[in-house]
Structures are given as structure tokens and as C-alpha cells.
Design a protein around this ligand. Structure first.
Ligand code: UT7
Length: 310
């Protein structure tokens, strides 16, 4: 028994905040943000919009593509660090908005690695026979936890959601290997205390991100029994284009083999990989059946990689 990705969707709020807009409120410049991060703009949700609202739109598209009715979803998983409330879970709000029928529903927090953790959870539920159709969404409204007076973090993040439907299949699994790691001893590097704003020590986080993602990418490839030459596209978490460039160099892969869309969205945390996967698919950079390598690194610290057949 295997799990198949049967649908994918994404959604970002309409409002765009450009680097030029940020120049007006912070001591920063388009030149600094572009050269240090690769980001040109990001999407920001209106004040009243919640993670479950973004998740709803992304999920509808993924369910449409999968041809699956919400009532046939038996597990709703939301990866988020910016939930609607502390409780109930954003997954419960989402399943109600979608019209699901009493599914298992829960949120989990693995920060920017949320989608990697989530695909592994979804795959495990299917392979163990505990779920047939899983809706997995990474949805974030980081604009709500940003300190808009801190130029070292305010320029980096954006809001958005990406969703996939994973379904039980009698064919081989699409998820070939998964590797997930954590190290809580470095929690101070990137954190947000309850009721407070996000804080990050960028330079340290940067260095660990490259090293950690390189290690898990190589582990995931070895576990899947394939080489980087077999991979059509690497889709890394979008935190900084310089991290992505350094990762490509360490892995000794052609830069064209690594997907980047950070210029449009900034860092959308748990939503960044499904959004990138969606756009790579729509742009024809990946087709059904291609091998792809996903990798992420984030607060926790958490990090991981997955080899999958799209
Ligand atoms: O998604 C989870 C994982 N997150 C990450 O992986 C993020 C990792 N970190 C990074 O991407 C980078 O470290 C940053 C983009 C956050 C910062 O880039 P950096 O090259 O590491 O810059 P820095 O923090 O070393 O700062 C260099 C200078 C400092 O000025 P001084 O001390 O050299 O005078 C900062 O004050 O740049 C200054 N600076 C800015 N200047 C203009 C910091 N932020 C800004 C800004 N505009 N927005």
C-alpha cells in the first residue's frame, strides 16, 4: 500500500508589500533586501484574515485537482506557527469551513520544516491504514508575529498557504524516503514566545541551515536508493536565496535544478515548499512521475528532506 499525491493548491492574500514599500517604514533599501535575501515582494493578509482562511482557498484547489469531496477526507493536518487560536486547532476550523465530515484534525508545529514533517505524518497514517485521504496544508500569517520596527526580520517573511491531498493507492508509494531532525538546544536562534514577536539571530541560523539541509538531502537520497542525477528538481524551503545557492553548491548540483520563487513571496514558513511545488508544476518544471527532492530548515531547530515521485 502506498500514498499518492493526488492534488495540490496554493493561495496568497491579494495585498503585495514591495521592498520599496518597506523603504518607507524602515531604515532599509531594495538593494540590501535583494542582494542579501533575493526577496523583492511578499503578500500580506488583511488584519481579520486568519491561517484557516488562506488554508481554505489552497485546500479547495487541491481537492478539486484530486477530484475528492471534503467529506471523503479522513485526516486534516495543518502545519502552522501562526494558528487562528491556541485552541481549537486551525485544522478544526479548516475542516468545518470545507464541510468535512468529522475527520481527524490537528495542527502541529515544526516551523519552516512543517511541510516535510507533515508529508511524513500523512504518509505514515496512510501506510498504516489509519487514513485513506489526507489533506495537508502549510498555512502562515507571519505578518501577525512580525515586529514591524525590526528591519532584520520584518523584510523576510510573507503570508500564504499551500495544500496537498495524499490518497491511498495500491501502486508503489510516491514518498520514497523521509528524514526529519531536530535540536532544541538552539531554540534561541529563532523563536516567538506566546504573545510576543518573532526574534532571530540571522547569521548563525544561516550557517546551520546550509549544513543541516545538505546532510539530510544526502541521507534522503541514499535512503531512497537514487542519486542526485535522477532528481528532476530540488525544492528547498525559501528563506534566503543565498542559502539556496550555497546548498546547490554543496550538493554539487546545477543551479537550474533548484527551484526559487522567494522573490515573490519571501519566507512563508510551512507554506513555502507546497507553494513552490505548486508553481514548479504549473510552470512545467516538474511533471507527474518525476523524482523531486524537498528540504527545509527552521525554528526548533527542525530540519528534514524528502525524496518523492511527484
Ligand atoms: O526560515 C527559517 C530559517 N531562516 C533562515 O534561514 C534565515 C537565515 N538568515 C538570513 O537569511 C540572513 O542572516 C539575514 C538575511 C537575516 C541577514 O543577512 P546577513 O548577511 O546575515 O546580515 P547580518 O545580520 O550579518 O547584518 C549585516 C548588516 C548589519 O549591519 P552592520 O552591523 O554590519 O552595520 C545589519 O544591521 O546589515 C544590517 N541589516 C540591514 N540593513 C538594511 C540587517 N537587516 C537590514 C535591512 N536593511 N533590512
Amino acid at each position: 500500500m502506498g500514498s499518492k499525491i493526488t492534488g495540490i493548491g496554493m493561495f496568497v492574500p491579494e495585498r503585495v508589500l514591495t521592498n520599496q514599500d518597506l523603504e518607507k517604514i524602515l531604515d532599509t533599501s531594495d538593494e540590501w533586501i535583494t542582494t542579501r535575501t533575493g526577496i523583492k515582494e511578499r503578500h500580506i493578509a488583511d488584519e481579520w484574515v486568519k491561517a484557516s482562511d488562506l488554508a481554505l482557498n489552497a485546500s479547495k484547489e487541491a481537492l478539486d485537482m484530486a477530484g475528492i469531496h471534503p467529506k471523503d477526507i479522513d485526516l486534516v493536518l495543518v502545519a502552522t506557527s501562526t494558528p487562528d487560536m491556541i485552541f481549537p486547532s486551525t485544522a478544526c476550523f479548516l475542516s468545518d469551513k470545507l464541510g468535512c465530515k468529522n475527520p481527524m484534525a490537528f495542527d502541529f508545529s515544526a516551523a519552516c520544516s512543517g511541510f516535510i514533517y507533515g508529508l511524513t505524518i500523512a504518509d505514515s497514517f496512510i501506510k498504516s491504514g489509519k487514513a485513506n485521504n489526507v489533506l495537508l496544508v502549510g498555512s502562515e500569517v507571519f505578518s501577525k508575529i512580525i515586529d514591524w520596527s525590526d528591519r532584520s526580520t520584518a523584510v523576510l517573511f510573507g503570508d500564504g498557504a499551500g495544500a496537498v491531498v495524499l490518497s491511498k493507492s495500491n501502486d508503489d508509494s510516491d514518498i520514497l524516503s523521509t528524514v526529519m531532525k531536530s535540536d532544541g538546544s538552539h531554540w534561541q536562534l529563532l523563536h516567538c514566545q506566546v504573545g510576543e514577536k518573532l526574534r532571530m539571530q540571522g547569521r548563525e541560523t544561516f550557517k546551520l541551515a546550509i549544513k543541516s539541509m545538505e546532510q539530510v538531502c544526502n541521507k534522503a537520497l541514499a535512503k531512497a536508493g537514487i542519486t542526485k542525477e535522477d532528481i528532476k528538481l530540488i525544492i528547498p524551503h525559501q528563506a534566503n536565496v543565498r542559502i539556496i545557492d550555497a546548498l546547490a553548491e554543496k550538493l554539487e548540483v546545477d543551479r537550474d535544478k533548484v527551484y526559487v520563487n522567494i522573490q515573490k513571496y519571501g519566507n512563508t514558513s510551512a507554506a513555502s515548499i507546497p507553494i513552490a511545488m505548486y508553481e514548479a508544476y504549473k510552470e512545467g518544471k516538474i511533471n507527474r512521475g518525476d523524482y523531486i527532492l524537498l528540504t527545509a530548515f527552521g525554528a526548533g531547530l527542525t530540519w528534514g528532506a524528502i525524496v518523492l515521485k511527484f
